[in-house]
Design a binder for this molecule. Structure first.
Ligand code: A2P
Length: 334
């Protein structure tokens, strides 16, 4: 049951982590092909004792591949999807290109693993903030249906790719030297700053990132009745996102019960030390598989609502790990 895998976007922040995760989780690889743009062709990538060369993606790249893990942006996904499916491979797509397509399952393995079976060649990996929130709140939703969510995000530079992470580092150094660096990848300086998420704005006043949290959460939960409102913000953190989530139910949700459920939920780790005021931090979530959840408390302003705080590695569970878990579901079910 060995699988031929290609990573499209293998030089990127998520692509690099995909390689690490396939090796670390002992994915049954028969062959691993690393694809990127012509800019990267010929670059070498070394992991464990193997060295692989990056290839420029072309018309024949998918002929001998079973699963394509795509993380090269929406336009690249759209450009190659038809070829990938025609070649008989399954595309697990990290971009937003196909997420809301009714023929494309949108999967978080801790929430809707069975949806992987309904694919027609493409399975979509949800938006990072949506995955992290979903993993944390779905176990509560199973006990008492959630009526409304109000979420604010604190999103790291990694969501904008490897070059954005690099920009925050060089920008920080330059500012510390008293310089006034101009941003090139992100629209505004992120070092020592923050700004509302830079995805395109919609007519309703929300940005695309915020609407992804609304629409994708409903699709993954299979519940169009949940009301969700989000404010997404980029903060000068390198690679883990944080979220403040207010969750409203039809009746009060006992806090002890919420804490017990979160403590036992798959993919989640309860991190709460009330005596020392120690709760999840992006630094602690970096490199971890679990979404760290804490500060679970009663909303003072509404008896039917609780508050929680979470941090999760955007590149791992927010992207690469979720995609590899989907690939594992595909392989195990065959
Ligand atoms: P490359 O390094 O050759 O530009 P990130 O999200 O971290 O910025 O990574 C984006 C990934 O998508 C990189 O691996 C990048 O490759 C790849 N990529 C971008 N544009 C294309 C394209 N037109 N064709 C193939 N890969 C692309």
């Amino acid at each position: 049951n060995q699988v031929r895998v290609a990573i499209l976007g293998a030089t990127g922040a998520v692509g690099t982590e995909l390689i690490n995760l396939l090796i670390e989780r002992k994915f049954p690889l028969k062959d691993l092909k690393l694809l990127a743009s012509p800019r990267s062709a010929g670059k070498k990538v070394t992991f464990q004792d193997q060295t692989l060369e990056i290839e420029a993606v072309d018309d024949n790249s998918f002929d001998d591949v079973d699963i394509v893990l795509a993380s090269a942006g929406g336009s690249t996904s759209k450009q190659w999807a038809e070829k990938i499916v025609a070649a008989g491979a399954v595309m697990i797509d990290n971009s937003s290109a196909f997420r809301m397509n009714p023929d494309v399952p949108l999967v978080v393995p801790e929430i809707n693993p069975n949806d992987v079976h309904n694919h027609k060649g493409i399975i979509a990996n949800p938006n990072c903030t949506t995955i992290l929130m979903g993993v944390a709140i779905y176990p509560l939703h199973q006990i008492q249906p959630i009526k409304r969510v109000v979420v604010s995000t604190y999103q790291s530079a990694s969501g904008a790719g490897a070059r954005a992470m690099e920009e925050v580092k060089t920008q920080s150094e330059a500012i510390l030297k008293g310089e006034n660096p101009q941003p090139e990848i992100l629209p505004y300086p992120l070092a020592f700053n923050l700004f509302p998420h830079n995805s395109p704005l919609m007519d309703n006043g929300y940005c695309e990132e915020e609407m992804k949290m609304v629409n994708e959460t409903r699709k993954i939960f299979g519940d169009d009745d949940i009301r969700i409102t989000a404010t997404c913000v980029r903060v000068p953190v390198l690679r883990a996102h944080s979220e403040a989530v207010n969750i409203e139910f039809a009746q009060p949700f006992p806090l002890n019960k919420a804490r017990d459920i979160i403590a036992q939920a798959p993919g989640v780790k309860l991190v709460e030390d009330w005596q020392n005021n120690y709760f999840p931090m992006p630094m602690d979530a970096t490199g971890k598989d679990e979404v760290l959840v804490g500060r679970i408390r009663q909303d003072l302003s509404n008896p039917n609502s609780i508050e929680l705080w979470l941090c999760g590695d955007q590149i791992r569970k927010g992207a690469a790990l979720n995609a590899v878990q989907i690939a594992e579901l595909l392989v195990h079910d065959n």
